[in-house]
Design a protein around this ligand. Structure first.
Ligand code: FES
Ligand SMILES: [Fe+2]
Length: 351
């Protein structure tokens, strides 16, 4: 049984990664070929020629006028995946077509549906509107992770690790010492984890970007929509400064930290990260600093999780955990993910 939830939307790429050339990425064990058509739409289909399975993203395969020509024997496919020409005969076999994947471009991401295409409902894709909003400045990237995606989910749902793994960047003693509250909305499919630090040290990540010196009020409100989209609403303000009753919050700094957690295979993950801020919008120094710092933080996680994957994969019979309060959010997320996996593998009853 697979440990990856299917019949789900996953982030496959940033829109900027896909242009008018062949681009390949493996999502949930499926090698997928992407390109942006002449009309600007992103198209997604299997990256394996139906003839002898040569990867269509691989040179000398090429894209000519919205048709991809296999570099091995020349089978040619249109944007709908249908084969339009084969060598040595005029008749194209009827079954010669590539699997197509539903695709939606939204909030700077390219989302792809993995599973039964008839169940793809684009309205269910969770939103991250800050990422392409003019009211925010965003830095983003993607790091490959040689670990199963569940380890990254655990990692992001329990930020107490910031104190230890990310000291000197985003970690301070208060993150680990402040208790969390966890809420699960099963109908909406969201796990919330909150940690509000009312009087905390300001870590360099926020001191340098906001210019605040001295102690701060630091709120971390996590909103995870399994399987793929994780949002950390981060609020930083001088100690004692609170939002107004009407919800406006002009004296605080807001950072929306977004992760898209996309399985590449059962044991590797695409770790998409983005940091959107509502202050110092045109300050390139702040932009460069946040990009560099966050990438460093992500790589600290990657290094730790790559090690953990080796442990988990290598010692399955001895693998045992001991969970405490800080793990409540992670455990709730695991339950939701398990349900998604079970649902996707349960045959739908005939009606
Ligand atoms: S493998 Fe593609 S044409 Fe033969
Ligand atoms: Fe981390």
């Amino acid at each position: 049984m697979t440990a990856i939830p299917r019949n789900q939307w996953y982030v496959a790429a940033y829109g900027r990664e896909i242009g008018n050339e062949l681009f390949s990425r493996t999502i949930c064990d499926e090698p997928i070929l992407f390109w942006r058509t002449a009309t600007g739409e992103v198209t997604a289909m299997a990256d394996r020629c139906v003839h002898r399975r040569f990867p269509l993203s691989q040179a000398p395969s090429r894209l000519v006028d919205d048709q991809v020509i296999c570099g091995y024997h020349g089978f040619t496919y249109g944007t709908d995946g249908r084969c339009v020409a084969v060598p040595g005969q005029t008749r194209v076999p009827r079954t010669a077509r590539l699997t197509r994947y539903p695709v939606v471009e939204q909030d700077s991401f390219v989302w792809v549906w993995i599973g039964d295409p008839d169940r793809a409902d684009a309205t269910r894709i969770p939103r991250a509107p800050w990422l392409d909003s003019p009211n925010y400045t965003t830095v983003s990237g993607m790091e490959p992770l040689a670990a199963r995606f569940g380890l990254l989910v655990d990692n992001l749902l329990d930020l107490s690790h910031e104190t230890y793994l990310h000291g000197g960047y985003i970690g301070t003693p208060e993150v680990a010492s402040t208790p969390i509250t966890t809420e699960v909305d099963d109908d909406a499919g969201i796990v919330y984890v909150s940690r509000h630090m009312d009087d905390a040290e300001c870590p360099p990540f926020y001191a340098k970007s906001t210019g605040l010196s001295g102690r701060i009020s630091r709120w971390q409100d996590i909103e995870y929509t399994p399987p793929c989209l994780y949002k950390l609403h981060s609020r930083i303000a001088p100690v004692g400064v609170l939002p107004n009753d009407d919800g406006t919050d002009p004296d605080a700094f807001h950072v929306e930290v977004v992760y898209a957690i996309t399985p590449e295979t059962e044991h590797s993950t695409h770790d998409f990260w983005a940091v959107a801020r509502d202050f110092a919008l045109d300050d390139d120094e702040v932009t460069d600093f946040l990009a560099e710092s966050n990438r460093t933080v992500v790589l600290q996680d990657v290094e730790a999780l790559d090690v953990l994957e080796q442990v988990v994969a290598g010692e399955p019979e001895r693998y045992q955990e001991l969970s405490i309060n800080i793990d409540t959010g992670g455990l709730a997320a695991r339950r939701m993910l398990k349900r998604m996996i079970d649902d996707a593998t349960t045959p739908v009853a005939a009606s």
